[in-house]
Write a protein that binds this ligand. Structure first.
Ligand code: GLA
Length: 434
């Protein structure tokens, strides 16, 4: 990081998020990597190879089913009558503000193995025959936003040309293609250069007229200690975990890591900048529905980006319902933007996480609470609103469990709420200040 950037960050304080007007709540979308990897075999596997057809198929699914379903699910609820939606113009007035899965992002393996004669990035011509700008037009035409993967180093992790040495040209190329989101990996880069190079590429993005969400993996590639002040001043999201894999142990390992790090992490998250625990694998092969509820509850309580990697053409209705649960999404997207804290660790396997959320009653905020069981035996976890950080509301708190929709009644700060948790399952509550 240059002296002037360091000075600016120091002057403006520790919680300064990148102020490019983007990611005011955690981005939501869909990404190729975990489900489709680097499948380039469009001859034998045309439906699943990394290609413009795959991207268009997922954009179609998101546009035709997912946006509409989110609208109906929310719009049907009586209390939200009269509140305007900000997402889609024609949604009318019977909906509350909710974000949805908007970014359609191509990960590694979209590139040609060389740049073109002018030194510009180019896609694989066989799998992206229409070109990257046309793909962006298609995604935008479906009311969605367009994301592209690259790498800050000399090559991507799969060995395609990286950004190194071309920051300005590549930023301009992405803008010309209509990109709204860039996932920037950190393979094939000197560790010592991560801060300066991410800041330099960020400066090129900031110089563009097009606003582009800047998603980094800088802390993941850095052994630490991490300068989250600098990271949050540079990137809108930052991965600090290993790659999620399609199995339960992978989700648990990320949760264990966040449990260790949460005290140092949480202060750096907020509107404009978020910790990224990697993709949602709900709807793939590895998680049961109960385990899917765990991933969704944790990601929401952490204010994490909700970026799915699954096959939206073949997802079960039950998995889709977890991903589309408007109340859980509303926790994730809460505009206070406060990352949840670990409040209770009961034995090895039961945890209670909580974060303050809107609405307020007077000065009191509401709370969201996730109760999680990682173990193979059923368990119970008891807590009070006060323990979750909800102690101020004069009229108490209205409790609701968001997966079942069950109304838990009105409670006072010292009252006990008991979560009965089946094996490897979660419950997530709102405690709404009255
Ligand atoms: C790294 C990243 C993954 C994915 C692959 C692509 O492993 O962490 O999320 O982008 O590279 O090669």
């Amino acid at each position: 990081m240059s002296l002037s950037v360091s000075l600016l960050v120091a002057l403006l304080g520790p919680c300064l998020a990148l102020d490019n007007g983007l990611a005011r709540t955690p981005p939501m979308g869909w990404l190729t990597w975990e489900r489709f990897r680097c499948n380039m075999d469009c001859v034998n596997d045309p439906d699943n190879c990394i290609s413009e057809n795959l991207m268009k198929a997922m954009a179609d699914r998101l546009a035709d089913g997912w946006l509409r379903r989110a609208r109906i699910q929310v719009g049907d609820r009586g209390p939200w009558k009269g509140v305007r939606i900000s997402l889609v113009r024609c949604w009318g007035t019977k909906t509350r503000k909710i974000n949805s899965y908007l970014y359609v992002i191509v990960d590694d393996c979209w590139l040609n193995s060389t740049r073109d004669a002018e030194g510009r990035l180019q896609p694989d011509k066989d799998r992206f025959p229409g070109g990257m700008a046309a793909l962006g037009d298609y995604i935008h035409g479906r009311g969605l936003l367009y994301g592209i993967y690259e790498d800050i180093g000399s090559e991507t992790c799969a060995g395609y040309p990286g950004l190194q040495g071309h920051f300005q040209l590549d930023a301009q190329t992405f803008a010309e293609w209509g990109a709204d989101y860039l996932k920037i990996d950190g393979c094939n880069e000197r560790r010592a250069d991560l801060p300066e190079d991410h800041a330099a590429f960020g400066a090129e993005l900031a110089a563009l007229e097009r606003p582009i969400v800047y998603s980094c993996e800088w802390p993941f590639y850095e052994l630490g200690p991490h300068n989250y002040t600098a990271i949050a001043a540079t990137c809108n999201l930052w991965r600090n975990t290993h790659d999620v894999q399609d199995h339960w142990e992978s989700v648990v390992s990320i949760a264990r890591l966040y449990s260790l790090l949460e005290a140092e992490q949480f202060q750096f998250a907020g509107p404009g900048g978020w910790f990224d625990p990697d993709m949602l694998i709900i709807g793939d092969f590895g998680l049961t529905l109960a385990q899917s509820r765990v991933q969704m509850a944790l990601w929401a309580i952490w204010a994490a980006p909700l970026i799915m990697s699954n096959d939206l053409r073949a997802i079960s209705a039950e998995a889709a319902a977890i991903l589309q649960n408007a109340d859980v999404i509303a926790v994730d997207q809460d505009e206070l933007g406060v990352m949840g804290r670990l409040k209770v660790q009961q034995g090895d396997d039961a945890q209670l996480w909580a974060r303050p959320v809107l609405p307020r009653a007077g000065d009191a905020t509401s709370c969201a609470v996730a109760a999680v069981n990682y173990g193979d035996s059923a368990t119970e976890l008891s807590f009070t609103p006060a323990l979750a950080g909800c102690a101020e509301a004069a009229g108490g708190y209205r409790v609701r469990e968001l997966y079942s929709g069950a109304d838990g009644g009105l409670v006072q700060p010292g009252d006990t709420i008991t979560a009965s948790l089946p094996p490897t399952d979660a419950l997530i509550y709102t405690l709404t200040a009255q």
